[in-house]
Write a protein that binds this ligand. Sequence first.
Ligand code: NCD
Length: 317
Amino acid sequence: MPYRSPAAGLLGIENLTRAEIQTILDRAQHFQPKTGESFPKLDLLKGKMVVNLFFEASTRTRTSFEIAARRLGADAVSITAQASSVSKGESLVDTLNTLSAMRPDAIVMRHAASGAPLFLQRYLETPIINAGDGTHEHPTQALLDARTILDRGAHLEQLKVAIIGDIAHSRVARSNVYLLSRYGASIVLCGPASLLPRELTHIAPGVTLTTDMNEAIRDAGVIMMLRVQLERQHEASFPANEYFQFYGLRLEHLRLAKPEVIVMHPGPINRGREISSEVADSQRSAILNQVENGISVRMAVLERVLLGATNNAGTTH
Ligand code: NCD
């Protein structure tokens, strides 16, 4: 098997420069629909084929990769692990080699093992786009989060962002820490002590930890709430019935934040567990804007991966 540079796909935010991130965000803005219109139907990726291979549950990410590919004129096929030969005992490498032999132009992949896409990319001709690997990275989520913050008129450089919840198991938190720290944002990670990994503070000087939700939210311009990822917790790390009392976002918390604070959540949300319905449905909530931006950001990422990073440089608006 030939060894190829992992740069071909998109495996994480960690290895992207601020300029590369900005190019994707600008290009995503270019793909956003005008108010009241639907996403543009283009033929930039006409003749290209994208395979979505999801070994974990997904509503938003898989659908929006599929829509993004089609909006750019590519064909998209989605496969879930339950419906694939993985359930017949085929190894991950064999599954990926089989799909690769059908010559798709990119494989979008979600897997429960951190590092699975990086491992596979070393042996595959086909570029891999990471749609979430274990507790490691979820690059397109961080990109769509940044696009959403910018759309609300905030500046990433001067921003205080509170990321609250199950930080330890969150690939969304990790990718956001990489991205936001490139811009110099100050990032407060907040949750029960058992779910706050100290190693994330080593990523950038602006990253701090607290178990106190009020402290995290005070003067924040963005509050990102995270789901408690019980599927990744092998033993109880906090009393589940007290979680909402200490780490659930309620309307009264918003008074501590900046008046223009944006409340975000990657979804799926659990109302009454990490966020109250009043907050999730409030004017401050950008949760559905995040979903919408998932399409334009994934259009920008697919274009970059399938046509090459240099092709769209300079054409951004
Ligand atoms: C997130 C994920 O899968 O990492 N969801 C998503 O992609 N929108 C977060 C989560 O599952 O809680």
